[in-house]
Ligand binder design. Structure first.
Ligand code: ADP
Length: 273
């Protein structure tokens, strides 16, 4: 039986106590498993029709632009095609997130020693490739860790992607990636930003699927990224949290097992003891 325990302190006429509520969540977990599998199948099956839409939108744009005379109708038609393409990009992101979400739950973990510095470097290079401004990113010395490469990449990609996204409008993103030992055999990795921050009321919920703290604002997203991060980190036996960055913005930290250096590691690499 899976039990979920929640509680809160009580103060009745000056007498202090606490109330604890136990829920049997076995059935909820099983239902969640079914839903996850279903989401995975749907996401996978949506990929093909979406690829067809994307290809045709691209073709229409290539044909329209040179063929139409410069008229308001031509501009309107081109704008419509651009909107289809933008919709495709958003849907692709949702599908990728759904697939990653199901994989993070079900795929077998393939643990191996990983050079965190190299992985963070790759993720950052990819993420800043198409940005109009060059963000201010500082990466501290990073150790080797013992993790699943594809899944850990998702975590770093989500956290760094969010740090680049949730910025005050018009400001250059500032990110600080660092790591420190977190008890014997464990490493704590931190991604801190100077962005808009996570409101206190949302902090306990941002790792739940579909919870979006800034949903009413113009930041796009699916609300799945951090849920994926939590699943991946849970499966590595670690934990993930968010606190305010003392300098403004937020600071996401997660723990993963440390690794000893493989014999062929490049000079200058560091290992967590
Ligand atoms: P989304 O696809 O909406 O970005 P996530 O699961 O990655 O979903 O994040 C959940 C919510 O947490 C976001 O909608 C946003 O409100 C908040 N959030 C995540 N990262 C940050 C951050 N670095 N700064 C401020 N808010 C954040």
């Amino acid at each position: 039986t899976l039990l979920s325990v929640s509680g809160r302190p009580l103060d009745v006429d000056g007498r202090r106590g606490a109330i604890a509520v136990f829920h049997d969540i076995t059935e909820v977990r099983e239902r969640e498993g079914d839903l996850t599998a279903f989401a995975g199948i749907v996401a996978h099956d949506l990929k093909n029709p979406l690829a067809v839409i994307a290809a045709h939108a691209e073709m229409a744009r290539d044909i329209l632009a040179p063929a139409l005379p410069h008229s308001p109708e031509a501009r309107e038609a081109t704008a419509s095609v651009e909107r289809v393409s933008a919709g495709v990009v958003r849907m692709r992101r949702l599908i990728d997130d759904l697939l990653a979400y199901t994989t993070a739950r079900d795929a077998a973990l393939r643990l191996r020693p990983l050079d965190l510095a190299a992985l963070v470097g790759e993720v950052i290079a990819e993420r800043i490739n198409h940005l109009p401004v060059r963000p201010d990113i500082y990466v501290g010395p990073l150790p080797w860790v013992e993790a699943d490469p594809a899944l850990l990449r998702h975590v770093l990609d989500n956290l760094i992607g969010n740090a680049l996204k949730y910025v005050h409008p018009g400001r250059v993103p500032k990110i600080d990636v660092s790591a420190a030992p977190a008890g014997p055999g464990w490493v704590r990795v931190e991604v801190a930003d100077r962005g808009i921050g996570v409101p206190d009321a949302d902090k306990p919920h941002v790792f739940e699927s579909f919870h979006r703290a800034h949903a009413g604002q113009s930041y796009g997203g699916t609300g799945l990224g951090l849920a994926i991060c939590r699943r991946v980190i849970d499966r590595h036996g670690g934990s993930i949290t968010v606190v305010d960055n003392p300098g403004g913005g937020s600071r996401f930290s997660f723990t993963v097992p440390g690794a000893t250096l493989p014999a062929d590691a490049p000079a200058g690499a560091t290992a967590h003891e």
